[in-house]
Write a protein that binds this ligand. Structure first.
Ligand code: NAP
Length: 279
């Protein structure tokens, strides 16, 4: 940990003003009586190579990394944790006691724990899983589901080639299917996950016919603005259990806070409610 007694961390991205991470981490700093602050670090792409190596000198314990830097930052740290390496992206930097930088990716952890918070007996091997999308969020979701023991992950993406490439990279249990088969790919599944940006505030809803989806299937969306996407609303109305993307955001923040400040923080109902009210 840094020799600086004031605990400094932040979020580096371009832009960062929309991020809820300062709200979450500053809530925990206050709750646990830690003298510190979590700040916005708006860093333009051309400045990333100067900003990241400056973290230790500025007294930062580390920072989160968001778009568009999650991949480019990999080559700017001294060590990359195995999960971040497999995901091919980082979302957290921790300044080590010797001042070197280590990169992590906690998005997969956040996703799995969002499901467990909603359904403590959830198991990845409960049945086939269908994941829609093959971008950054999909990489975290698919890899973490596979690591938790998923037996069959059907991966479908609007640009089929990206789903095929991901299936090839991750291997068994991931199988790519054509986007046109997404409605039929819901048959027999225990979990359906939307990792596309469709349904996010400002975007049209995902085009998906839920008829084949078993009523017992858990339906999860990594989007958290709005909290209930059209997909989750449709699933809820027909009787499926649902999980929104807020739990992923909150849970990915926990191990980062612990690494920087030495306390594994709790997601209190007060924190969840105040974030929900701000969305
Ligand atoms: P990304 O890498 O840009 O991927 C976007 C995905 O959406 C791609 O699979 C893309 O398909 C698909 N897509 C875009 N337009 C589409 C359309 N018209 N029809 C069908 N599919 C379409 O983005 P990302 O970083 O993965 O983020 C995706 C979503 O996850 C965002 O809404 C983001 O806010 C959310 N997210 C949430 C958390 C959390 O903590 N809860 C964390 C990360 C991300 P193509 O490959 O065909 O373009």
């Amino acid at each position: 940990m840094s020799s600086h007694t004031f605990g400094l961390a932040g979020i580096m991205g371009w832009p960062v003003a929309h991020s809820r991470s300062p709200f979450i981490h500053n809530y925990w700093l206050k709750k646990y009586g830690i003298n510190g602050a979590y700040v916005q670090l708006p860093v333009a792409p051309g400045s990333l190579g100067i900003a990241v190596p400056g973290l230790a000198a500025l007294g930062f314990r580390g920072c989160n990394i968001t778009l568009p830097h999650k991949v480019d930052v990999l080559k700017l740290v001294d060590e990359v944790d195995v999960m971040a390496r497999r995901m091919g992206a980082m979302n957290t930097i921790v300044v080590q006691p010797d001042g070197s930088l280590k990169g992590f990716n906690n998005d997969g952890y956040g996703y799995i724990h969002s499901l467990l918070d909603a359904k403590p007996d959830w198991r990845a091997d409960a049945g086939p899983i269908t994941v829609l999308g093959a971008g950054g969020a999909a990489r975290a979701v698919v890899l973490s589901l596979a690591d938790r023991g998923a037996k069959e992950i059907r991966l479908l993406n609007r640009t089929d080639a990206k789903a095929q490439a991901l299936a090839k990279e991750f291997g068994s249990p991931v199988k790519a299917l054509p986007w046109s088969e997404r409605h039929a790919a819901l048959a027999d599944v225990a979990l359906l996950v939307n990792t596309t940006s469709q349904g996010m505030h400002g975007n049209p809803a995902l085009e998906l016919d839920l008829t084949a989806l078993p009523l017992s299937a858990l339906v999860s969306d990594v989007i958290y603005v709005p909290l209930e996407t059209p997909l989750l609303a449709a699933a809820r109305l027909r009787g499926n259990p649902t999980v929104n993307g807020l739990g992923m955001l909150l849970n990915q923040a926990r191990p980062a806070f612990e690494a920087w400040f030495g306390v594994m923080p709790e997601i209190t109902s007060e924190l969840r409610q105040s974030i929900e009210a701000s969305l």
